[in-house]
Design a protein around this ligand. Structure first.
Ligand code: 3PG
Ligand code: MG
Length: 402
């Protein structure tokens, strides 16, 4: 875990503080449909403002690929931000140059400004040095509060951290603390629950996790590939049959690392992938050839819950079944509820992340009782893969030149 400065280490009054937030929120017809990332950015912004800093917010929004485009403007975020902060938020039509300089120059201590989408400049994603310098010139201090963008080595997440005194914001700090507690120095036994459709998208993740956790529960479509790799016929189920060797390698690696792999023992099967499709529970060894696995069965749920009862730490990514179609959400909902109850009773430290995962936990009504829900999607996955996150590494004080 890198050593990083926090807001506690900075003199903030009267200073221009550039804060990288992740305001890449879901939006429909110009309205924010999920304000979670705004709300979770508020703590840092409010603290900076109350300590008398001039607060300058940097963010990307969507993937405009270096071109200005109205649908990718951050302007619709001004009002929701002002609401979350309880104060006026100024807006600059560009994130560098005169438009940005004028707005920054007009800020009094404690005031807040949002600069237009960083990705209107392709220099942002290219981590261009002169673009990073143009951003850096707008502030005295750089604060990175965007853990969910830390897997990107962009000018606003990586380059700029080398040009100004840099620190982690409160959300970044909170993410790193909880994720560290879950995988780096966890209370054991640690169980990871990994679901989702395809093994191919999570190979690195599984390979890393088997070396770190004591038990690995595999669910979703990916479990079918593992069952198939062990000689079990899975009928019409989604399975990556060409990855059977890879799945067997992961099982071998798990065995060598003393990690117990937990696969479904029974399954809910149906003839088609459709909400309300006629279904039944079968043993995984008895999936009819014209049927597909769409969820884990009751015996599997009980078995997974027993593993959670015996664990002190849980890391969760991905649903156990086709949770988006009823009634194949049952397995995910039952296990999520059980994990939530154990967490609420302080018997389990549970950390979850990834877009689909948070949606699944919210659907189960389990979100509020998890110990920690990461704001990150892609960055959470790369962290589970054991990869270095450039945005975090750049905050490492021992790596800083100045
Ligand atoms: C996200 O939503 O995952 C982050 O904001 C990063 O966005 P990106 O995948 O477009 O870099
Ligand atoms: Mg992404």
């Amino acid at each position: 875990m890198p050593q990083f400065r926090t807001l506690d280490d900075l003199q903030l009054a009267g200073r221009r503080v550039l804060v990288r937030c992740d305001l890449n929120v879901p939006m429909k017809d110009g309205k924010v449909t999920d304000a979670t990332r705004i709300e979770r950015s508020a703590a840092t912004l409010k603290e900076l403002s109350s300590k008398g800093a001039k607060v300058i917010i940097l963010s990307h929004f969507g993937r405009p690929k270096g071109k200005r485009a109205a649908e990718f403007s951050l302007k619709p975020l001004v009002e929701p931000l002002a609401k979350a902060l309880g104060r006026h938020v100024a807006f600059a039509e560009d994130c560098i140059g005169k438009a940005a300089e004028d707005v920054v120059a007009s800020l009094k201590d404690g005031e807040v400004a949002l600069l237009e989408n960083l990705r209107f400049h392709d220099a942002e994603e290219a981590n261009d040095k002169s673009f990073a310098a143009a951003l850096a010139q707008l502030g005295d201090i750089y604060v990175n509060d965007a853990f969910s963008c830390a897997h990107r080595a962009h000018a606003s997440t990586e380059g700029i951290a080398h040009l100004l005194p840099a620190a982690a914001g409160r959300l970044m700090q909170e993410e790193l603390d909880h994720l560290g507690a879950a995988l780096e120095k966890p209370q054991r036994p640690v169980t990871a629950l990994v679901g989702g459709a395809k093994v191919s998208t999570k190979l690195d993740l599984l390979g890393n996790l088997v070396t770190k956790v004591d038990r690995l529960v595999i669910g979703g479509g990916m479990a079918n590939t593992f069952l198939f790799a062990q000689g079990i016929e899975v009928g019409k189920s989604l399975a990556e049959r060409d990855l059977a060797d890879t799945a067997r390698d992961i099982l071998k690696k798990a065995k060598a690392a003393n990690c117990t792999i937990v696969l479904p023992i029974d399954a809910v099967v149906a003839g088609e992938f459709k909400a309300g499709a006629a279904n039944k529970v079968v043993d995984v060894k008895a999936v009819p050839s014209d049927q597909m696995i769409l969820d884990v069965g009751p015996k599997s749920i009980a078995e997974i819950n027993r593993h959670l009862d015996e664990s002190k730490t849980l890391v969760w990514n991905g649903p156990l079944g086709a949770f988006e179609i009823d009634p194949f959400d049952k397995g995910t909902v039952a296990v999520a509820k059980h994990a939530a109850a154990l967490s609420k009773a302080k018997k389990l430290l549970s950390v979850a992340g990834g877009g689909d995962t948070v949606a699944a936990l919210a659907h189960a009504g389990a979100e509020g009782d998890f110990s920690y829900i990461s704001t990150a999607g892609g960055a959470f996955l790369e962290w589970l893969e054991g990869k270095e996150l450039p945005g975090v590494t750049a905050l490492n004080v021992t790596a800083l030149k100045s």
